[in-house]
Write a protein that binds this ligand. Sequence first.
Ligand code: ACO
Length: 324
Amino acid sequence: MKYARISQVAHYAPRQVITNDDLAEIMDTSDEWISSRTGIKKRHLAYDESTSDLATKVAEKLLTKADLSADELDFIIVATITPDSLMPSTAARVQANIGAKKAFAFDMTAACSGFVFALSMGEKLIASGTYQKGLIIGSETLSKVVDWTDRGTAVLFGDGAGGVLLESAQMQYFLAEKQGTDGSRGEKLTSGFLGLSSPFAQETPDQKYLAMDGRAIFDFAIRDVAQSISETIEASHLEVEDIDYFLLHQANERILNKMAKKLGVSRNKIPANMMEYGNTSAASIPILLSECVEQGIINLNGNQTILLSGFGGGLTWGTLIVTI
Ligand code: ACO
């Protein structure tokens, strides 16, 4: 039997920081409205870096921390809904940038669940016995798909990247998982429509901007995602109390408060950093994990149990319970 484990974590955010007050200067909003409804105080925005640049920074940090050469990597998966281009993929750009000659690389498109889906896939690649080492990175420049004239969405999102090094291991670190999709509710959260443009087609416009039904997403998170988290805990044969930390997608602090109540978990076990980064979609969970490790809340000594849960566009959701 082969196993995989998370052996390193890292994150990177663009240096430019935009506060709620900065936004209030360019649109009809206020720090009071944004922070009371979402918990968000600021966000990092890329001015001169692409999604692959952010992901490359994370990949380089992971290799340095692990004292690993890029040649030793077998695969690179980048979870993103804001790739530099559809082809080549962001992951292929990272592979070239770091010189990971042996690695195959591809992007995972599952919005805010992307990192969890990619981590689950990476674990299977290593558990197959065919591969030994891979990078799983969530990287986003959501600022390029946000409609900056729509205050209802523009204030929510930010740019950033985080990731982990996955390596083969001697014992089981991935304890349980549940992932799901409900495409029938896909229109509740959308972005990046490519219109038809051939001379033979009836032309349809591109609609790149992000649009969402905020209330529907809020309800989805509280009902469906909380339910799925409970089912994953049940499947792991652990009790809620056995889980040291719950690293949930950083969309909104009110969602975390409601989830804590619903799951019967103290908020102290649900760290948050959306106040600093906003919602960074596929990057939110690995950025949070990396910050928790930097702050010494989580260590990589194999003696803590954490739950990771992403949810968002698709609609998609995914929860993993791992020893870290
Ligand atoms: N500043 C000031 N006023 C605003 C702003 C803003 N930035 N945005 C909207 N408003 C106004 C609206 O125009 C509306 O005014 P009206 O009553 O005069 O019409 C009022 O505030 C209420 O607007 P709602 O959209 O109903 O606000 P709501 O209380 O639902 O809060 C929010 C919106 C925060 C987005 C909420 O629905 C929510 O938390 N949703 C969760 C979804 C989420 O976080 N999505 C992120 C992406 S999805 C994901 O990552 C899973």
